[in-house]
Design a protein around this ligand. Sequence first.
Ligand code: SF4
Length: 373
Amino acid sequence: MAGIYLHIPFCKQACHYCNFHFSTSLKQKDALLDALIDEIRLQKDYLEGRPLNSIYLGGGTPSLLSADELARLFEVIYQLHTVVDKAEITLEANPDDLNKQTLKALRQTPINRLSIGIQSFSGADLAFMNRAHNATEAEACIDLALDQGFSDLSVDLIYGTPTMDDRQWEANMEKVFAKKIPHLSCYCLTVEPQTALDYFVKQGKAKPVDEEQAARQFEMLIKRAKGAGYDHYEISNFAQPGHYAQHNSNYWLSENYLGVGPSAHSFNGHSRQWNVANNAKYIKALSQGELAFEKEELTADQRYNEYIMTGLRTIWGCDLEKINQLDPTYRAHFLQQAQVFLEDGNLIRQNEIFTLSEAGRLLADRIAMELFV
Ligand code: SF4
């Protein structure tokens, strides 16, 4: 199986914490759409005929595209690829783009799953993040989407902001649990270099992330989500049984995927490549029938480290058999490095599979670093 990711690099306004590639000018939208279609055609053999179990439109803000524009993209993908029955077809959407009319139109496309960038139900929080939507829209769009038959929903939430105390975080979680949202992606606020938030923190105009608050709210999340019947299947992702995201799982299980659009990444089992993160350069290259990307052939060490980093973060863990297949010397290294974490209870071993314990999930990145070669 394989997946296709399409990056739609436009947003209405810049969220203060965001370091993704996007432009707030929509002037090049039509030209970009043509370029995306050209890239899908040029890259038709990248996945070597593997059937698609996931198509994911991310960004940026793909919900800025009309249903007709989205249909143009699907048409060419379906012409060139085999899409399996019940493939997961996800659109990332922002609350302010979702109304009865747009949702009705989206239902006429192959999209069968929405990933909604709610982030918070608190007005103060949304203002701090400079989101384009308000608290009323955050709540209303979920009900509208459910009403229009989009039952397969994922909601993004952010915790650890200086404008959110534990009570508000509890209230945010309560809202999504009460609405029985099948999938949640919950991220801790991070101050990425060269973002507006980074600038504000450096100027003393915004507080830095309080690590204690962030860890406490993450622990609250783990506990509350478990109580509400969610599987914590990846560090930042929670799903009701049967609703694990196919798109995310493809990444974590090292399936091949093709990324289309400026800044999109692709992986074919042995190399990674990433498109230029510049709309004008991307469009120009495609208009000349060329692809603008950089490529890296992965070394055995990189493949091992990536496997450890992604595997450890998931419910599927790290499999000694797979580590051995990469290179038998990694097996010995892994076992030696893992010993201390087994002893202190941060890692759990079941036959050949190693997973993080609940306590270990709080230290995932540090443990992964210790297991790297
Ligand atoms: S809408 Fe998403 S991609 Fe756009 S600026 Fe905000 S966080 Fe970044």
